[in-house]
Design a protein around this ligand. Structure first.
Ligand SMILES: [Zn+2]
Length: 321
């Protein structure tokens, strides 16, 4: 894992998802009828100007945004660029950015990832578990980003992004060519907060975010994960027994174990999504976030006992067999 990747992930480990109202969630939908026209309109709005070489203009003045409620961290972010922030909003997100051109990639991908989550979950409508929209702050000045990052309650200097569930703060490198992985991961956390009430167990929260990130990278390579090695198996001597993984409340304290934790959590999500009706994952996230043990929810939703899953998953994680 690269140093940057490690830092990114640590964001999640200490990020706001667990310190702000603990409400991770995710949605999905078969409502392509709703999604497609909206996506086309959105892509045209934001992408068309760049295609024609013109700059993208801010969509909405601050005073005209439908949702201006921010946490203290959001208010601190807003103070960084002050009047230089530009704003845009879609059905579920409010975007704050300094440079519209730099923000364009994030704007487009966020809407796509949101609908991916809804589709996996089989959810037609956003459950609107909280009033308002999810806010995304896109920084493009490294010095300002670092300065801001050191003053937030999350205190994650060095991180590229972090979320408190209601808001996502992300630094967009000017020459950022591969935004898919980290963006999809963080957006998934943000979306989960819209769809699941309560605190999703750590391994499911990070596992699903990594699963979506892997999907995003794979889609870039024509959807063929084997072409791009988007995920890796787990060596037997490093395998974290499933009985331990599902009980983890904190991130492993070494980089090596942390890497395996993320990898194995992603593989577990992958195993469940690909081997069972994918919509069951949403039920699993909701029930465990509501307090059910993984073992009980697994039995009730998937009809599988933990012992059986332990055996099947270990083989899968080490051989993908
Ligand atoms: Zn994460």
């Amino acid at each position: 894992m690269t140093e940057l990747a490690t830092k990114r992930r640590r964001v999640c480990s200490q990020g706001a998802l667990r310190t702000s109202p603990p409400t991770p969630c995710g949605g999905q939908s078969k409502h392509r009828n709703c999604f497609v026209p909206f996506a086309v309109a959105f892509l045209f709005f934001f992408a068309a100007p760049s295609i024609y070489g013109a700059s993208v203009t801010p969509a909405v003045d601050w005073k005209d945004l439908s949702d201006r409620k921010l946490t203290d961290t959001g208010k601190a972010a807003l103070a960084v660029y002050k009047d230089a922030w530009q704003h845009a909003e879609t059905e579920y997100f409010v975007y704050h950015f300094h440079d519209a051109k730099e923000a364009e990639t994030i704007l487009i991908h966020t809407e796509v990832y949101y609908h991916w989550v809804k589709e996996i979950f089989g959810v037609a409508e956003d459950p609107k578990l909280f009033k308002g929209k999810s806010h995304i702050f896109i920084f493009d000045d490294k010095t300002l980003w670092k300065s801001f990052n050191q003053t937030t309650p999350e205190k994650l200097p060095g991180a590229e992004a972090f979320t408190n569930g209601l808001e996502l703060f992300i630094y967009r490198e000017p020459f950022w060519l591969e935004p898919q992985r980290v963006l999809a991961h963080e957006i998934t956390h943000l979306v989960l907060h819209r769809f699941v009430k309560g605190e999703v167990p750590l391994f499911l929260n990070e596992g699903f975010a990594e699963f979506m990130a892997t999907k995003a990278v794979a889609m870039k390579a024509d959807g063929n994960e084997f072409n791009v090695r988007t995920f890796q198996l787990v060596p037997e001597n490093e395998f974290i027994p499933l009985e331990e993984l599902i009980l983890l409340k904190r991130y492993p304290d070494t980089e090596e174990k942390n890497t395996i934790f993320y990898r194995e959590s992603e593989l577990l999500t992958r195993f469940l999504v690909l081997n069972y009706q994918k919509e069951k994952l949403y039920e699993l996230l909701k029930e465990t976030a509501a307090g059910a043990t993984f073992e009980k929810a697994l039995k009730g939703i998937y009809g599988v006992d933990l012992k059986t899953l332990v055996e099947k998953f270990k083989t899968y994680a080490m051989t993908r067999g």
